[in-house]
Each structure stands twice: as structure tokens, then as C-alpha cells.
Design a protein around this ligand. Structure first.
Ligand SMILES: *Cc1c(COP(=O)(O)O)cnc(C)c1O
Length: 392
């Protein structure tokens, strides 16, 4: 179908019209079990009653004021988020890329304030994804994302995922800091291991450079802890959060320790829409739900169950599935068969998932997904595997 839209997203043929919980529907009534959830965005499923209530109440009160005025709901959210992790300060924006971008600026500003303005370079890992702005594509250095947009020296360096020696060797006089996803998402779901992460923290401390975690995808309960790094044994200086934070309403946050945040003085950074009352009302409701006692226990239990069930399917289908990895309800299935074909097959069965890098698919259900919905997804999965086998 032709349209006036930019063709950057390629061909898309499903037009969804409404959703409820873990299900989405097409206008013609077709129903799908949604384990894509807007790419880990609809963290509480579709149209969660608390979120609908928060949004509609705010819509009738005040939409937008700009940051020229105090926004009490943003003060409340900053208080909650910093209370849940290492950070002392929060800046609100509208997307993951903006959250990461704010973190890059904080890194440079920090060194500038210390009289080390030459420390501008930031090191990223292979197979990373940090967004689609010029700085964030430079950081991830994915060739397909950079082509025709940037080349030459971008002030970003890259080292192989998990390679500590390469990271140590890449740190130089001009290095400002390191950015990494504690659990990689777009590149294919893969958690860094805890000993690696601890060593990265040590390397950063020894070299007086900053460590930033991009938890845009893996944060806000997705992996079974509020932020993923909290179960990996090392803390960052800066953290980017977005996707699941608004449960479907666009919102991002850049969180930082006081020592770093202190240099972001009045006028140093800003956003027109960032932290507006609509976004803040919804994000407060999301964070309240996810910080309810027992909520994350459920994510961990359901994640472990889904992961083990997928590993059983892998054992039964060694010719199709190469591996299963992830943490909590952020699960990657690496395929031997073509991932695109398998995604189509799953969709025909009634299950929506997301493609990941390195020929993988990503399962990103709502964090409050029910056990019977997981069983339903597994039944679709098993059925799709059977059909893949018969077509091979
Ligand atoms: C999605 C994503 C981003 C970019 O977020 P946008 O809201 O699309 O700008 C950045 N980092 C990670 C890890 C992501 O998954």
C-alpha cells in the first residue's frame, strides 16, 4: 500500500486497532498474543486500567506547561527513581536516544568542569544499540545504521562485547567514559556477565572515567530487578532509561550520581516536552505498579519458567534453535533457521515477537503476563516449530 510516509520502516502489513492486557486486535477481529509489546514499551500490557486512569485524569487537568514552571509530578518521579537505584538526580526527556544523548553530554561536561576538556571520546561495545541520533549511531557504530550519515572519526570508539583486554587497551588520555547495555537488546538478547561488569567498573575507576549504562530496553523491571545492573553487581555513574518507563507513553530519563549531575547547571541542557505532566502522570503510575511488593518476584518466576520451557523446545528442535538467552522477561532465541521466516510462522499461529540481531527473535511480553498466557505463547511456539520442520 502506498502512503505519504517515509519508507524507513520497510513493509508493514498488520494494522492493529486496539489492545487489552497481553492481546492486540486487528479491525477485522483477528487476535494476537503480543510478546513484542511495542519493543518492551508496553510494560504493563495494553490499556492497563491504572494507566488509563492516570492518563485520562491528567488529560482533564493539565497537559503541558514547559519546564519554565515546576512540574510536581516530575519531582515525584525523580524522587521515586533515584530512591530505587544508585542515582541522585534525574532529567526527563521523551525517548531513549535523548536519554543516552543527555548522558553523553553529562560525561563531557564532567571532564570539562574538572579541567579535562580533552576527554571527549566515549567507548561502546560491538552489537550495541543506543538510538538513531547522530551521536547514538556513532556510539553503537552499526554499519547499517551509519551508512550515509556519518563516517571518519566521530569521537566514539568501539571494542568487542565482553573483551576486557580490548577495553583496557582502548582507554586513553582522551577517553571520557564507557557506555554499555547490561543486557543487549537490538543486537540479539545477551547479558554481560557479572564479573566482566565489575571489571569494567574497576577499569573506569582506575582511569577516572565515567561508566554509563544504557538500560533503555532492559530497565524498569524487564529483567526482574528494577534496573538490570542491580543483579549484575556493578553500578554506573549515569543511566539511560526509557521504553518501558511510560508503559506506552513516550518518556525517557537520564539518571546520574550527584558528582556528575552537579555540572549540569542552569541552561546547560533542556527539552520542551521532557517531563511534561501527561508523561509524568503515566510514568508515576507505571513505577508505582512495578514497585509493588512481589511484582518483580513474579517477573523473575515467569521469566525463569519461559526461559526453561524455551530451552526444552530447543533441546527437542536442535536443527532449528541454536540457543536461548536473556534475563527475566527479556528473552532471545537464536535460530539456525531464518529468523524472519520463523517470525512470520509465529504470527500465523497468533503470536507476535520482535526480530533481534544475529538471526534471533526477542520475546518481550508484558511484565504482568499471566502464566496461562505464557503457556499459550509456548503452544504457538511449538506449533510454529513443527511447521518449520515440515517445510525444511
Ligand atoms: C530502543 C533503544 C534506544 C533508543 O530509544 P528510542 O526511544 O527509540 O530513541 C536506546 N538504547 C537501547 C538499548 C534501546 O533498546
Amino acid at each position: 500500500m502506498s502512503s505519504a510516509l517515509l519508507e524507513n520502516y520497510g513493509v508493514r502489513d498488520l494494522a492493529l486497532s486496539h489492545g487489552a492486557g497481553s492481546y492486540v486486535y486487528c479491525e477485522d477481529g483477528r487476535k494476537y498474543l503480543d510478546f513484542a509489546m511495542g519493543i518492551a514499551v508496553n510494560s504493563l500490557g495494553h490499556c492497563h486500567p491504572r494507566l488509563v486512569e492516570a492518563l485520562t485524569a491528567q488529560a482533564g487537568a493539565l497537559w503541558h506547561t514547559s519546564n519554565l514552571f515546576r512540574i510536581p509530578a516530575s519531582e515525584r518521579l525523580a524522587e521515586k527513581l533515584t530512591g530505587l537505584c544508585f542515582a541522585d538526580r534525574a532529567f526527563f526527556c521523551n525517548s531513549g536516544a535523548e536519554a543516552v544523548e543527555c548522558g553523553f553530554k553529562m560525561m563531557r561536561r564532567y571532564h570539562h568542569a574538572k579541567g579535562n576538556g580533552h576527554r571527549k571520546r566515549i567507548i561502546g561495545l560491538s552489537d550495541s544499540f543506543h538510538g538513531r541520533t547522530l551521536a547514538t549511531i556513532a556510539a553503537a557504530a552499526n554499519k547499517a545504521h551509519c551508512e550515509g550519515f556519518i563516517d571518519g572519526d566521530t569521537n566514539f570508539d568501539q571494542v568487542a562485547f565482553g573483551d576486557l583486554d580490548a577495553l583496557a587497551a582502548a582507554i586513553g588520555e582522551e577517553t571520557a567514559g564507557v557506555i554499555l547495555e547490561p543486557v543487549q537488546g537490538e543486537g540479539g538478547i545477551r547479558a554481560v556477565d557479572s564479573s566482566y561488569l565489575k571489571h569494567v567498573r574497576e577499569l573506569c575507576d582506575e582511569n577516572n572515567i565515567l561508566l554509563m549504562f544504557d538500560e533503555v530496553q532492559c530497565g524498569v523491571g524487564r529483567t526482574g530487578s528494577f534496573y538490570a545492573h542491580q543483579q549484575l553487581g556493578a553500578e554506573p555513574d549515569i543511566l539511560a532509561s526509557a521504553k518501558g518507563l511510560g508503559g506506552g507513553f513516550p518518556v525517557g530519563a537520564c539518571l546520574a550520581r550527584e558528582a556528575v549531575a552537579a555540572h549540569m547547571s542552569a541552561g546547560s541542557h533542556g527539552s520542551t516536552f521532557g517531563g511534561n505532566p501527561l508523561a509524568m502522570s503515566v510514568a508515576n503510575a507505571v513505577v508505582d505498579e512495578i514497585s509493588n511488593p512481589g511484582f518483580l518476584d513474579q517477573v523473575r518466576a515467569n521469566g525463569a519458567y519461559l526461559m526453561q520451557s524455551l530451552r526444552d523446545l530447543q533441546a527437542a528442535n536442535p536443527g532449528i534453535i541454536a540457543g536461548v538467552s536473556g534475563l527475566g522477561l527479556m528473552i532471545g532465541v537464536f535460530l539456525i533457521a531464518d529468523a524472519g521466516r520463523f517470525i512470520t510462522q509465529l504470527r500465523e499461529e497468533g503470536l507476535l515477537v520482535v526480530k533481534g540481531g544475529n538471526n534471533s527473535i526477542r520475546l518481550l511480553p508484558a511484565l504482568n503476563v499471566r502464566r496461562d498466557e505464557i503457556d499459550q505463547a509456548l503452544a504457538h511456539f511449538a506449533q510454529a516449530l513443527k511447521k518449520m520442520e515440515s517445510k525444511q
